[in-house]
Design a protein around this ligand. Sequence first.
Ligand code: PA5
Length: 447
Amino acid sequence: MIDLKFSYDNALDFVPEEKINAFQQRIDDSFSALYGKTGRGNDFLGWMDLPDNTGEKIIEKIESLAKTIRSKSEVFVVVGIGGSYLGARAVIEALSHHFLHLKKNDGPAVLYAGQNISEDYLSDLLEILDNKDYSLTVISKSGTTTEPAIAFRILKNHLEKKYGKQEARLRITAVTDKEKGALKQLADEEGFETFVVPDDVGGRYSVLTPVGLLPIAVAGFSIRELLAGGAKMKKHLAESTAIGNNPVAAYAAVRNALYTSGKTTEIMVNYEPRLFYFTEWWKQLYGESEGKEQKGIFPAGVGFTTDLHSMGQYIQDGLRNLFETVISVEKPQHTLSVPHAANNLDKLNYIAGMRLHEVNRQAETGTTLAHVDGGVPNLRIQIPAVTPNVLGQLIYFFEMACAVSGYLLGVNPFDQPGVEAYKKNMFALLGKPGFEKETEAIRKRLG
Ligand code: PA5
């Protein structure tokens, strides 16, 4: 039994059940294309088998290295961008203490670099690392991505200055292609510990490879449970492709039915701040997979009730091209109630003694009803709690739904040709060798 419940009752005022069910044949075809590896991008389907194909040898190697890193590091820096860091960050932040950086003796704090080119960001990081024992992993499938390459160059120099070349080498792990790319060559030359990103797994589908598993294990969370959750979802989804029985079929059908009814923006909503980076991971997965050929649902994200005080007005009352997908968590990890106050100046005594979670749940129900009344269809994914196993289920659920949705939309959900455009201009402007023609053209354009 899976732990995720998907419901779309609050979308039925906007798309009739028949329109959703009309997707069944194409859903069946999409599943067949995925299982039979006959659809677009079928050389990038390795992620489908990761939950039960990640061998014991890799798991043990990750766990043993994580133990060593944890024993000698106050900080662990994950250097990567896009699919090479968001999955790890989504899981780590979902499972961590909210204020881990201020807590002691809980293993290394995980910090991130290489996901921007900000001089101030990296300078602040170096200032922290000056006074901390740290290790790092550099993650890049291509091994040539500019942002992590710059950050890694700087951090490698910093590590070598701090510990000497020999010890620095032992504090660096590279996760990259098995044979191509500058990072692979450097790792071989310098003798870093390495892990391989499988050829048939694209960045945004790679959280259940060492790309995600190593940082998650270093943060102290069970990668076995995460994989077990993925395997549970995989098995469940293989049992039936019927919209009524398979939550991926239902989610893919409803969101595509909404899309074809003019609901072109999907807002992922959570009521738990620990899920902020899960939404960021989801945004990349769906944005990069579906947004192509002038098509695709725009994936946005909000955290409630926080953003009800900033984005609530727009969602309630702005352009009616939105629908929401709420991840609703049944049980928090702690217990905290609203205290009674003798003077009751804030007039809160009517909820004195009530759990904060109960207040949060009523806010969720009230918001859903208000948004539905305002013209925003609401999809709901309910999970019992945020655990490694449940996160594994959610990850596999969203990956499969993304693949099926992409096929329904008629795009290749596994490539990202549009990402190259900014790189070409940036390289031309920076004067990268080999980009002379583009440099000339861009100079003319800028005058
Ligand atoms: O999903 C993707 O393919 C991208 O987000 C990549 O993960 C990202 O661009 C980083 O690429 P690389 O791992 O090659 O450095």
